[in-house]
Design a protein around this ligand. Structure first.
Ligand code: SF4
Length: 369
């Protein structure tokens, strides 16, 4: 299963940057396995211990080609209500609407009331336009008579201004959801500059957005880890969809002794399967495949982008210039870089190396062939 597949690259995404953006509807996880897992969990748990069966995926659930079939099967084997958390960008497609009609609650996200702000915060694939998003939400609301709860993620300085909230309020009035849930990023955002507004800002936003809006706490819930014998497997299962602070992780994995969890983290970090991401001074453990721009953390490696320049020969004197030339050559292939920041850094290195390259060319005879 890919770490994340999505048609957006939200600045606040806890799973890091989306690379590449995809709109393909595919069977990313075998549909039969999903239904079997739901069946197993609902048999193992007392029904009164579960409120909802929620589909959210590691990425956008409506890009799963058999979501409709999965929902219909789950409803056959369980009396529990089914919710789907979606970014709503494919709701303009009638077949996606049709599949979600079987759910009991649909929770699309909507962070902006204008196309410009939508592109700034959600950074969607070009095909996922703001006009299509709005068209899809309004069309789905007309067809879906059950619970339509819209999720708004507030990003400080972006969609929490008076103007942004007034635009959003006008759009929400056109859509007419039953409820509007307002939250703020609590886990490491993809971009290091994303800040979460305070609780008072969430309350002010709720007041500005009207009666259907209310602040909500981010999902915490307990994880059922009974299927895992091994602490290393449990750590991976927990962290893949939800980066966590070490304290949270210890709480979640309290079936094991803290020393066992610490040894598991150290092993996974050594094997480069986990990384530590630091955001605003807080450290989170995350899967190493997730892409967060920023400085590497000493414990675990942050996903620091860039080409393998460290493998280039290091040298002194004229050979230092050869290294610079090699850096210049590497920067030609920007696809080797995983983020815009890395490309920028490499370009700067290349620019710095340009005078050295010129000097070397003019003294080519001084160098062995
Ligand atoms: S927050 Fe959701 S919609 Fe945005 S990039 Fe992440 S998975 Fe996709």
């Amino acid at each position: 299963m890919p770490l994340k597949s999505c048609n957006r690259n939200c600045v606040y995404c806890q799973l890091g940057r989306t690379v590449p953006l995809t709109n393909d509807r595919r069977e990313y996880v075998p549909a039969t396995e999903v239904v079997a897992a739901v069946s197993q969990v609902s048999q193992a748990q007392r029904q009164d211990q579960i409120d909802w069966l929620t589909f959210l995926r590691s990425g956008e659930p409506t890009t799963h080609a058999r979501l409709g079939w999965i929902i219909s099967q789950v409803k056959r084997i369980s009396p529990l209500p089914v919710a789907v958390i979606t970014n709503g960008s494919l709701l303009y497609r009638p077949e996606v609407q049709e599949e979600l009609l079987a759910a009991d609650a649909v929770l699309p996200s909507l962070d902006a009331g204008t196309a410009a702000l939508y592109r700034t915060i959600n950074r969607p694939r070009p095909a996922c336009t703001f006009e299509r998003l709005v068209e899809g939400l309004i069309a789905f609301r007309r067809r879906f008579t059950d619970k339509l709860w819209i999720e708004v993620m507030l990003v400080k300085g972006f969609n929490d201004t008076e103007q942004a909230l007034s635009d959003l309020a006008a759009l929400l009035t056109r859509i007419g959801p039953e409820q509007v849930h307002i939250s703020s990023p609590q886990r490491p955002p993809a971009e290091p500059w994303v800040e979460a507004p305070g609780p008072e800002d969430l309350a002010r936003t709720a007041a500005l957005l009207g009666g259907a809006a209310r602040p909500v706490a981010s999902l915490t819930g307990e994880s059922d880890l009974s299927a895992y014998e091994n602490v290393v497997e449990a750590i991976i299962a927990v962290l893949c969809p939800h980066p966590m602070t070490e304290e949270e992780l210890m709480r979640t994995l309290n079936r094991w002794m803290p020393g066992q969890v610490a040894r598991g983290l150290a092993q996974l970090s050594r094997d480069k399967r986990l990384q530590v991401v630091t955001r605003h001074g807080q450290r989170f453990w995350s899967s190493s495949g997730a892409r967060y721009p920023g400085k590497p953390d000493r414990r675990g490696e942050a996903a620091q982008p860039g080409p393998p320049v460290t493998s280039v020969r290091r040298g002194v004197g004229p050979f230092a210039e050869v290294v610079n030339l090699e850096v210049c050559r590497l920067t030609q292939d920007v696809s080797a870089y995983r983020t815009a920041a890395a490309v920028q850094q490499a370009r700067q290195r290349c620019t710095r190396a340009a005078p050295a390259a010129k000097a070397i060319r003019s003294r080519a005879a001084d160098f062995p062939a």
